[in-house]
Design a protein around this ligand. Structure first.
Ligand code: ZN
Length: 275
């Protein structure tokens, strides 16, 4: 599923193409996404000017002139592709193209989602219930820092992997990046948060920022066919140190990467580099 770096990559690819454009038409081909599309969805979007784009956790936001936002979540397999409208016959009728949003420059944004775990709606981002329980953004040093993690550690027996995967603790991380972050700060996935020192908690939050920043620079990880808004693959999958590398040699020390289940998810680590 697209995690923070992939959603941010999609946002950056679409931003210059949509800002200042007005929504000309909305076609809903199939509205039964993870959450059924609101009946009024097309009406809420048509005629609206896109002022800017933003990201919150794994959600992409198109900020509209009326203070509301078109909010998109990509679920497991969702994609948003920008293209010229009706450039190729047949292209417009893709089987998994569930929503087409036409812009006033004869381009369109196509929401393609084979598994239909994505969702979209128009709402006020400041009061949208989807964001109510989501934790701080990892790039926000003021709220996501070692003191915050250390404080959580006093109240939980959970593993560091489990805690970082929890959207209520920190927004936007998933299995790929939590594995990479734990390699970057040299901690095994099963280590308990409660057992970490304040300095280790600082290192965890800094590792979150450095891994995510680098992943965004490489335009995300193209696993399960991730593409950005104009169809480009990401490059960060070639930089993964541990994710999906069980049995391969650690690039730092040469030891075989191990795989264990933590919270039902595959976790990968180097038994020498990570303690
Ligand atoms: Zn190693």
């Amino acid at each position: 599923m697209p995690e923070l770096p992939e959603v941010e990559t999609i946002r950056r690819s679409l931003h210059p193409l949509v800002v200042g454009r007005r929504v000309a038409a909305v076609e809903v081909r199939r509205g039964d996404l993870r959450r059924p599309l609101d009946e009024g969805f097309p009406r809420q979007l048509v005629g609206r000017l896109v002022l800017s784009t933003a990201r919150r956790a794994k959600y992409l936001l198109f900020e509209l002139e009326n203070g509301r936002s078109w909010i998109v979540h990509f679920g497991m397999s969702g994609r948003l592709l920008h293209r010229r409208a009706n450039t190729r016959v047949g292209e417009a009728a893709g089987k998994h193209d569930h929503v087409v949003v036409g812009l006033d420059d004869n381009t369109e944004l196509v929401f393609r989602d084979p598994r239909r775990f994505g969702l979209m709606l128009v709402d006020d981002a400041r009061s949208c219930p989807l964001f109510a329980g989501i934790g701080p953004e990892p790039f926000d040093r003021g709220t996501f820092n070692g003191a915050y993690l250390k404080g959580l550690g006093r109240r939980t027996r959970r593993s560091i992997k489990d805690v970082l995967m929890d959207q209520r603790v920190v927004a936007g991380l998933g299995n790929i990046y939590v594995n990479e972050i734990l390699f970057a700060c040299r901690l095994r996935p099963r280590r308990r948060l409660a057992g970490l020192t304040r300095s280790q908690c600082d290192q965890v939050t800094e590792a979150c920022r450095s891994v995510l920043r680098e992943a965004i620079e490489h335009k995300g990880s193209s696993i399960s066919d991730f593409l950005d808004g104009i169809g480009r693959r990401g490059g960060y999958q070639f930089k993964h140190e541990v994710y999906d590398r069980a049995g391969d040699a650690c690039r730092r020390c040469g030891t075989s990467i191990k795989s264990v289940l933590v919270g039902g998810r595959s976790s990968f680590y180097c038994p020498v580099c990570q303690r």
